[in-house]
Every structure is written in C-alpha cells, then in structure tokens.
Design a protein around this ligand. Structure first.
Ligand code: DAH
Length: 339
C-alpha cells in the first residue's frame, strides 16, 4: 500500500507538471482526488490494515493528498498567470500612437453661394418658397406666357416624362405656384435645381441651380427692382459693385432686362475674369407680365411686380474664380477642400 501511495504521488507529480489548460487540471483532480479517484480507492482498502500500520499509512495518504492539492493549486496559479499574460499581450493599447484626425465636412461652393444669396434676401424680409423639380408643362411654360410651339421653348429644352410632365427648366415655375395660392403682398425667393437637355462642357450642365425672386404688391415699379438688385450685388460682391441693366426679352416679364455687375476682380477696368468687358452678366429680370398675373387670378390693374432669376453655378464660378463648371459636380475632395 505504501508503494501504491508513492506511485500515485509520482504519477500525479508527472501529470501535473505537464498540465496545459484548466480542463486538464480538473480531470487530474478527479482522477486522483475524486470519489472514484485513485487515492480514494487506496484509502478504502485501509480497513484491512493492522492497527500498527494504519496510522503510518494514514499519515502517508494525508501527505500524498496535500501534496496533490498543493500541486493542483500551483497549476491553477500558473495557468492564471499565463492567461493574464496572453490577455495583456493581445489587448494591449499603445496610447502613444498619434490619433486619427477626422476631416470635418465643409460646405460645397454652391451651398456657400446659395446660403449667401438666401441671407441677403431673408434679411430683406423675403420668404423662401419651394416647388417640385418634376413639374407640369403648365407651370414651367404655359402659365409663364410660353405656349406650346413658342420659339422661347427652344432655349429651355428639357427632359420630358410625358407630354404634360417634365423636369423643370427654370425656377420661374414657383412664381406661378405661389401666386395661385397666395394673394399679394408677395415677396419670395425660390432656390432650387433645374434641368435642360444640354451636353456637359465647361459652362453647361444638364442639371444646375437657380434662385428665383418675385415681389408683387400695389405700386411696385422698375425702380424697386433696380434698388433691390443694386443692394443684392453690393452685399454679395462688395460695396463698390455697380449694376447695369441691358434691354432683353423674356416671355414672362415686360419690360425685361439682363443684369450685369461690375467685375469683382478688376472693378470695371477690364481683365481676364470679365474677358475685358468690365461687366459680368449674373441674372435676368423684369416687371412681371400682366398676362402672368392674370393667369394666377391677380388683377394686373391693381397689382404689379418684379421678378428675377439667377444662376447659382455661374455666380459661384465668378466668386471663386472657377473656370470649369464640371469641377462643381465631380466632387473631387482635392478641389472641394479649398473652400
Ligand atoms: N427663368 C429665366 C431663365 O431661366 C431667368 C429669369 C429671367 C427669371 C427673368 C425671371 C425673370 O424671374 O424675370 O433663363
């Protein structure tokens, strides 16, 4: 029996030195110390010993048990340390690595310019109106005094959903939508996207942006239009900016004008930016045609109004000295980060 116990001790020591996981450890505990374990089996045989032998074997059996227990504990500690070491290695955070800088978004140049335009008119008490981009022929052309077959449609050829529905070619459609629903005084601007079936090049895009303006009330005159546009041009392009009106024709205004501002680069002397003209065209404008007012149920003998429409791309290109409209739509970050 003494030999059996010593063998158990040797075997247990050997096994426990090679332990690799806590599952190994548990199965060894059961093998040696469990109810059906090897040591327990030996102890069960103690009944057959003499009373001289019993305390000696008993003492030895206790020694072997506490030896194995000690070894198990030691093994558990070693495993625990190994696990901790592994975790420290894999979960290690190097706090000295420089942080990743996040690029904070910027406004697109078209947004910058259209926000500036909105700011000017909102500060003058204008409301901002919206209209649909998928529009009825009626609002885009017909009600604006451009009947089917009229040559004025040629310059604004657009994309048709069917005979009556199209992608609006101008924000002027919003004038009609508002005047149908609201009686004067009306004072609005309407920024938005418009479409034309133009091929893409440095100055054309089938999708671009306009800002429409409309004022209707009793006694509105051309003087009000000129004063408003003068103030707008100064706010947007600088205090020394002058404006110039050239007679023009639009179907929905009478009289009509194209409006130039003195060049923001040379101040009017002539330079590369204004192609030596001294002036740069920025918008179309005029007094709302009586027919257009009547189309919306507004009495043209009582009320009058002015309207204007400006291209946002063209304004942004001027402001930021951009020579190719495509840059505004390609969204190359190297370009956009400059603004
Ligand atoms: N809708 C015109 C265009 O796209 C621009 C325009 C001209 C708008 C005169 C107006 C206006 O409101 O009065 O070419």
């Amino acid at each position: 029996m003494k030999e059996q116990l010593n063998n158990i001790r040797l075997e247990a020591e050997k096994c426990l030195n090679e332990v690799k996981s806590s599952a190994d450890l548990e199965s060894l505990r059961l093998r040696f110390l469990g109810k059906k374990g090897e040591l327990t089996a030996v102890l069960r045989g103690m009944g057959g010993l003499t009373s001289d032998e019993r305390p000696i074997i008993g003492q030895l059996a206790n020694d072997v048990r506490s030896f194995i227990e000690g070894k198990l504990e030691e093994g558990a500690k070693i495993l625990q340390n190994k696990e901790q070491e592994l975790r420290l290695k894999t979960e290690y955070i190097d706090v000295t690595i420089p942080g990743k800088r996040r690029f904070i978004g910027k406004k697109h140049p078209l947004t910058i310019v259209s926000d500036e335009i909105k700011d000017v008119f909102v500060s003058l008490g204008y409301e901002i109106a919206e209209g649909p981009e998928v529009e009825l022929d009626y609002y885009n052309f017909e009600a604006l005094n451009i009947p089917a077959g009229h040559p004025a449609r040629d310059a604004q050829d657009t994309f048709y959903i069917n005979d009556e529905i199209l992608l609006r070619s101008q924000t002027s459609s919003v004038q009609i939508r508002v005047m149908e629903n609201k009686k004067p005084p009306i004072k609005l601007i309407s920024p938005g996207r418009v479409y034309r079936s133009d091929s893409v090049d440095a100055t054309h895009s089938p999708v671009f942006h306009q800002v429409e303006g409309l004022v209707v009330d009793k006694g509105i005159t051309m003087g009000d239009l000129v004063g408003t546009l003068q103030l707008f041009a100064r706010r947007l392009f600088g205090e020394d900016t002058k404006i110039r009106l050239r007679p023009h024709h639009f179907q929905f205004t009478e009289p009509s004008a194209e409006v130039d501002v003195s060049c923001w680069t040379c101040g009017g002397k002539g330079c590369r930016v204004c192609k030596n003209e001294g002036w740069i065209e920025i918008l179309g404008a005029g007094m709302v045609h009586p027919k257009v007012l009547e189309n919306c149920g507004i009495d043209s003998k009582v009320y009058s109004g002015f309207a204007f429409g400006l291209g946002v791309e063209r304004t942004a290109m001027g402001r930021f000295n951009i020579d190719d409209m495509r840059l505004l739509f390609e969204n190359d970050m190297r370009f956009l980060r400059q603004f």
